[in-house]
Design a protein around this ligand. Sequence first.
Ligand SMILES: [Zn+2]
Ligand SMILES: [Zn+2]
Length: 279
Amino acid sequence: METCKFFVKFWGVRGSIPTPGPETVKYGGNTSCVEVRCGKQLIILDSGSGIRKLGIELEKAMPVYATILLSHFHWDHIQGFPFFKPGFQPNNVFHIYAARKLNTTLKRLMQGQMMYPNFPVSLEAMGAKMDFKELSPGENTVSMEEVEIKTAACNHPDEALAFKISYRGASVVYATDTEHYNYIDPSLLQLSKGADCLIYDAAYTTEEYYGKIGNSRIGWGHSTWEEGVKLAKAANVGKLVLFHHAPEHDDALVAEIEQKASEALPGTIAAYEGLEIFL
Ligand SMILES: [Zn+2]
Ligand SMILES: [Zn+2]
């Protein structure tokens, strides 16, 4: 039955900056954006450059009523928003959620990237109905009909939010822009327990992370596929999806990482643009 469907579709899987070009055609070069459908409910995780194409798709069935969950405000997670066409249609409604930040509001943070002289169109000029709601990691639960959304804090500069979306007994966790500790992150473990799918920040290889290739990435706020496997195993997750591929990782390297990760934890895949996972 169409309305019972629970699926995840990837529109942007890259971290830090869009990386178009012949070396990224297989996995894609757009930054973070994931569509989640829970029956009739539409949830959008992050608004990196991938949201532009999602917007074109959504225009085919207007009006759009959606919940947008922002992990944080680094450019690669918000830069597509000014190019999200459904945001310019007055009949569309968006409920936008993100973590509360000190001395500012979520709305102001979204206005910021569109302010003169950085962008020619203001957030207000977009025209769709938007409301902004601030969350405290681990504290709030968002409920909409049969959908429940929980959060946890990620270990990232200025913190990011991880989300767990549950619907009719199944669940998906989106935990990107997070750096592992030398123990399994207790809040991500708690959030991910028993999830059917875990989308996890696998930006670096372990060699890159420790600076055996280039600079050490310790403290940069990202993780590795090995740490994703550890978390997925500890949380007894159904499927691990590697996400937020580093801009310098070409298709060959992402494929190599995917191969190694799937040997360590069968069924693990690297996210690519257009990937759909049915839960
Ligand atoms: Zn990022
Ligand atoms: Zn970030």
